[in-house]
Design a protein around this ligand. Structure first.
Ligand SMILES: [Zn+2]
Ligand SMILES: [Zn+2]
Length: 349
């Protein structure tokens, strides 16, 4: 089917209207009209070829909310008109041990990215959610629960699940002591979800000026990481620290904050960090871990939890043709806390 997106044709070109074809639905595919798409920091990296493997023309977008407008004949979970969502992956092998456990994000053969992946049948390069339509096999489609605000929910599909998954992996619940480093798209969701699970939540920030923001998001406290006295007093006080900082940084100041068997989990940065000392790791039996998104079942559980608890990202709605300006602002962290594109504003040039 012919459709329209917003694509970049090279790393230094701005995004612009782009006509292209989505595949005809296979027997187990749904066709989705996209209503909203969140703007993730990965979208910016992908458009600018920061990782060195972008295929152009590139269409970013993996926080996708929309409506079912077409169905393959074997689809059983959805019907026309259902509100649905798609996150960071659109396929996996479906038969390895990780897929069978519902951890498709860890598929032994690699999951297929919503953008930047390669279709497992045609080998064509996948194009993301900055577009009018998407065709996806039903196993990778999430159901939007009733009562969840469609216009604001899109960032749950990447920022939400990326912070929810470690909260579940490390069994966060009432009484858990959770720290969150970085208060951007991921960090603000980590705070809201951890608060929703009943944890005692502390935002860690280099300066005290985020205190009001942290409180507004529901956090119990702000710890200023450059205040040595406050950091010393907070030693051994956390079960889990979620590190959402997207750039290279030093983990060493945070390690003494973890209690015995505590974990610092990296969800923001992909790449080298400053050299970590093993002293606090060994002596306190502490751990440094990493975590990518989450599986489909876990993503559905997170959406249902957010609907039940009325947890939504703080969004700034933009028009599709404001995306280049939004990327510039995102680079400067000038957004509270996630841009969402109203896809009804996507028009041909
Ligand atoms: Zn993302
Ligand atoms: Zn697999």
């Amino acid at each position: 089917m012919k459709t329209l997106g917003f694509a970049c044709t090279s790393a230094d070109a701005p995004l612009a209207p782009f006509s292209f074809e989505r595949r005809a639905p296979r027997s187990n595919d749904i066709v989705m009209e996209i209503l909203y798409c969140g703007v993730c920091h990965s979208d910016l990296h992908w458009a600018r070829n920061d990782w060195g493997w972008t295929v152009f023309p590139a269409i970013p977008g993996h926080e996708i909310v929309g409506r079912v407008i077409g169905l393959g004949p074997d689809v059983t979970k959805f019907k026309i008109g259902d509100h649905v969502a798609v996150g960071c992956m659109v396929d996996s092998c479906q038969h390895c041990d990780q897929c069978e456990k519902g951890e498709e994000q860890l598929c032994r053969e690699g999951n297929t990215g919503t953008y930047g992946g390669f279709d497992r049948h045609t080998k064509e390069h996948t194009l993301g959610g900055y577009s009018k339509h998407l065709v996806v096999r039903e196993e990778f489609v999430l159901r939007m629960p009733d009562g969840l605000d469609l216009a604001k929910a899109a960032p749950l599909l990447c920022a939400g699940i990326t912070t929810w998954s470690p909260l579940k992996t490390w069994n966060v619940g009432p009484g858990s002591r959770v720290g969150v480093i970085g208060l951007g798209g991921l960090g603000h969701m980590a705070v809201k979800l951890a608060v929703g699970l009943g944890a005692h939540v502390t935002v860690l920030s280099r300066t005290p000026d985020k205190a009001a923001d942290a409180r507004a998001l529901g956090a119990d406290a702000l710890l200023v990481s450059t205040d040595e006295d406050a950091m010393a007093k907070a030693a051994d006080g956390f079960d889990l620290i979620i590190d959402t900082v997207p750039v290279k940084h030093d983990l060493n100041p945070y390690m003494p904050l973890l209690d015995v068997d505590g974990t610092l989990v990296i969800v923001g940065q992909i790449g080298p960090v400053a050299e970590p000392s093993t002293i606090p790791l060994v002596l306190g039996r502490r751990r440094i871990a990493g975590s990518p998104i989450g599986g489909i079942r876990e993503t559905q559980e997170m959406l249902d939890f957010c609907a039940e608890k009325n947890i939504l990202p703080d969004c700034e709605m933009i028009r599709m043709d404001e995306i280049n300006e939004a990327f510039e602002r995102l680079e400067k962290s000038d957004v509270r806390y996630r841009f969402v594109i109203d896809m009804a504003t996507l028009q041909a040039a």
